[in-house]
Design a protein around this ligand. Structure first.
Ligand SMILES: [Zn+2]
Length: 459
């Protein structure tokens, strides 16, 4: 007899009396949950017993949040993400050039689940021998690849997929010398392998048109990264373009993060190409995080020689709200953390959406917010990554990745000056049945997180 049918069953852990929300079934009701062997074994109105008990009365019990876009993939950042309710953290935009090595480095286990794409940017850096550490700063960005080099890039992308990469990553503003032929080669591989290309597009309507045309010409699935920062004032029209493409049968999805400023590396092509020749007044859009100062020509040139992350103030709260509350957008943090500092979205994306847009502004229903954080990202990847069919749901048989929060209190705390502060109201986070956050505090010495990886085939 399966344990969920036995009145005398003792589960590994039970979660009692919470408001259970499952966007896959639209369940929103008080239930008790029993976890066994890393899975959800029972969801019931009956009493259940466990070796360990989480009192969830007055709290929301949701599937663990799945973040498709996180640049920090270290124990330090996995800890940040877990405190914000994230149970699966994927680096799908930049990705890696060596998928096997990336997973091997984490094979001892991490605090939360992890995964990576084969990244066009990273592969191009390898093939073009770019000396940049995080993003291309030389030939990886600025040199046109020869046909032989394009062939080498394509070969490495194929190998990455064969090694189980979650999908393909790309970022056109980071590789301005990549020709349409080179990008078509990447999209053709995506179409053949039925894998989404997770693209940081060239900003604006023209950039979205370029990505949509590459996708429709090759029939590749397309995921448009951070529509908020790629669209800015054009957010409503670009969301309409994506809606139209979907209505015409194209497999296009998008994501957003809830902050009006972006962040990237000051030495990257996307910053240098815009601000090197911009009128001096525009440099005030840039903030140097260690000091909080807005830049001028002199400080821009000085910090460009030093390198490091830069805050980019180019969006409005109104456009951010348009992106976050649109039914198309998945919530994804674009978490960014380098050398002990980074963007507050690293630590506060999910709690900010739940606090600001759901509770304070009433501009997003709780069920829809949770759908954007759980079911939608899982569904985006499940064609290629079968493990995702067991995530993003609170159902019997699903993975026991669960986030429990106080909807009346949840809110981010981080700022651009102090980006490492923990949010409030994220009370318990469970990964594979194991508590990684308890009573709002990180549990130390646990590493239940597993690799999220596509099926591995020989090329
Ligand atoms: Zn990006």
């Amino acid at each position: 007899m399966r344990p969920e049918n036995r009145a005398d069953a003792v589960y590994d852990r039970v979660i009692l009396g919470g408001r259970v929300i499952d966007p896959a079934s639209n369940l929103d009701a008080v239930r008790n949950i029993g976890l066994l062997d890393g899975r959800i074994a029972v969801i019931t109105t009956q009493a259940v017993r466990g070796r360990d008990t989480v009192d969830a009365r007055g709290l929301v019990v949701a599937p663990g949040f799945i973040d498709l876009h996180t640049h920090g993939q270290t124990p330090e950042t996995y800890r940040f993400y877990s405190l914000d309710g994230v149970t699966t953290s994927l680096e799908l935009e930049l990705g890696t050039s060596d998928v096997d090595a990336w997973y091997r480095e984490r094979s001892a286990g991490e605090r939360i689940n992890y995964g990576v794409s084969i990244g066009h940017i990273k592969v191009r850096m390898a093939v073009m021998h770019d000396p940049g550490t995080f993003m291309p700063v030389s030939d990886g960005a600025y040199r046109v690849a020869s046909p032989a080099q394009i062939g080498e890039i394509a070969k490495l992308m194929e190998i990455g997929l064969s090694e189980g990469a979650v999908d393909i990553g790309a970022g056109f503003p980071y590789t301005p010398a990549a020709t349409r032929d080179e990008l078509l080669a990447v999209f053709r591989i995506a179409a053949k392998r039925k894998t989404p290309v997770h693209v940081h597009i060239t900003p604006g309507v023209a950039g979205l048109k370029e990505a949509l045309s590459l996708a429709s010409e090759t029939n590749a699935p397309l995921h448009v990264a951070h529509i908020n920062s790629s669209a800015l004032a054009e957010t409503p029209v670009m969301l309409e373009m994506i809606k139209d493409a979907r209505a015409h049968g194209h497999d296009v999805t998008t994501e957003a993060y809830p902050y009006a400023a972006g962040m990237t590396e000051i030495q990257s092509a996307t910053i240098q190409d815009i601000y090197k020749d911009a009128v001096d007044a525009r440099l005030a859009e840039l903030e140097w995080p260690p000091t909080g100062e807005r830049l001028n020509r002199e400080s821009f040139e000085r910090y460009s020689r030093i390198g490091g992350p830069i805050v980019v103030h180019t969006n409005t709260e109104q456009m951010v709200a348009a992106a976050i509350t649109n039914p198309l957008t998945i919530i994804a943090s674009d978490a960014y953390w380098q050398n002990g500092t980074g963007h507050p979205r690293t630590t506060g994306t999910y709690s900010k959406v739940l606090g600001r847009y759901v509770r304070e502004a009433h501009s997003l229903p709780l069920m829809e917010a949770i759908r954007k954080m759980t079911l939608m990202p899982a569904q985006r990847l499940e064609a290629r990554v079968p493990a995702m069919r067991q995530k993003g749901r609170l159902q019997v048989g699903a993975d026991a990745d669960i986030t429990i929060f106080d909807a009346a209190r949840v809110m981010d705390s981080s700022t651009y000056r102090e980006p490492s502060l923990s949010p409030v109201g994220i009370q318990h986070v469970i990964v594979d049945g194991v508590s990684v956050v308890a009573n709002g505090q990180a549990v130390e010495g646990v590493a239940p997180g597993k690799a999220v990886r596509a099926r591995i085939k020989s090329p």
